[in-house]
Design a protein around this ligand. Structure first.
Ligand code: PMP
Length: 368
């Protein structure tokens, strides 16, 4: 596969050879002691990656959407009020998802490329009688970064649970779930977690677990019910086999490898590397005269960039030309402006060589 192109979309990403090698090993039984050890280790390491020593991790077969669904299914009861902060496509989707469980959803939508002002959030939280607030750490459709700290702080002050959609951030952007007071932080394997698509992952605070335990109605989604998964997660951490639904064995073995690599780099070094890679990529794009959807430096994600096409250039021209130069990047995603911008992922194992190859591929493709 020497002519394989470099995958620089915002997920799935390039994966470490050691992770791919782990996935290719013969599949073990889900009750094999070696698998039990891998699954248990992976769950323990998740607490270090999310920086949530008292959290309850869950890993199930699925994607990020399933992780969002699981959080909603377990925390929402019909009639519960939820505040959804929208900074792009994935926030809108969360609002729709939560309505399926009977939530009464209020949406606060940020101006394009920006975040919802904190005073607006505070005003809603003060009078809205909300049970839950959701926000997207990095919205992959706009490249907008939301600082979770002041939001989680506001949610706590108003007695509201918080769910962070970290599908495009966790293990890339700085994340200190417990110190910041975030109740549920969800993600998927195929982005900065560094494992091919197929795992839904989340970390749940003791407070959110208590709220779930006090539900008056059963969880309206069988596969997603934390009650059915909790004993599985606890058993594997304690070195015992358990079963509710067959786990994706190979992906979990790959997850153990990826989390180990991540922790040996160190979470602070890892988020610093993401900042450095994002800065150098954007500097190169600015040299080409490009500007970005996020309107200010502080709201720019470090896991992807979303530049506008230059005058007179379309996606139909640029994307195939970049691909011909050996690099795969993505088009726009937010329906209203889809054809005006493109997206480049720089997360996970991303290094200076990836950034250089991508910069050269785009620069060459833009030459008249
Ligand atoms: N939220 C965000 C911020 C995402 O980027 C994505 C995937 N691009 C999702 C949710 C949905 O995840 P998945 O495609 O793995 O279901």
């Amino acid at each position: 596969m020497t002519d394989r192109k470099l995958l620089m979309i915002p997920g799935p990403i390039e994966f470490e050879p050691a992770v791919l090698e782990a996935l290719a090993r013969p599949t073990l039984s889900h009750v094999d002691p070696a698998f039990i050890a891998s699954f248990g280790n992976a769950l323990k390491m998740m607490r270090e990656v999310w920086l949530c020593p008292n959290g309850q991790p869950f890993v199930v077969a699925g994607s990020g959407t399933l992780a969002m669904d699981m959080a909603g299914a377990n925390l929402i009861e019909p009639g519960d009020k939820v505040l959804v902060l929208v900074t792009g496509y994935f926030g809108h989707r969360y609002a729709e998802l939560l309505k399926r469980y009977g939530a009464e959803v209020t949406v606060l939508e940020a101006p394009l490329g920006d975040t919802v002002p904190l005073d607006e959030v505070e005003r809603e939280l003060a009078y809205g009688n909300f049970k839950l607030m959701t926000f997207t750490h990095v919205d992959t459709s706009t490249g907008v970064f939301v600082d979770p700290r002041p939001l989680a702080e506001l949610a706590q002050r108003h007695g509201v649970l918080s769910i962070l959609d970290g599908v495009c951030s966790i293990a890339g952007e700085e994340m200190r779930q417990e110190a910041w007071g975030i109740d549920v932080a969800v993600t998927a394997s195929q982005k900065a977690i560094g494992v091919p698509p197929g795992l839904a992952l989340m970390m749940v605070s003791p407070k959110a677990m208590d709220v779930w335990k006090q539900r008056k109605t059963p969880v309206g989604n069988y596969f997603c019910d934390w009650g059915l998964w909790l004993q599985v997660m606890q058993a594997y951490e304690e070195g015992r086999p358990s079963y509710f639904a067959t786990p994706p064995i190979n992906l979990i073995v790959g997850l153990e490898v990826s989390l180990k690599l991540m922790l040996s780099e160190g979470m602070e070094n890892r988020s610093a590397r993401h900042i450095a890679m994002a800065d150098s990529f954007r500097e190169a794009m600015r040299t080409l005269g490009l500007s970005f959807i996020p309107v200010r430096e502080e709201v720019m994600a470090h896991t992807l960039s979303a530049p506008y096409y230059p005058e007179g250039v379309t996606g139909a021209q640029l994307l195939p030309a970049v691909s011909k130069n050996g690099v795969v990047i993505a088009g726009g995603l937010l329906p209203s402006i889809k054809d005006t911008y493109f997206r480049v992922g720089h997360m996970g194992m991303v290094n200076v060589e990836h950034i250089a190859r991508t910069t050269i591929a785009i620069t060459e493709a833009l030459k008249p």
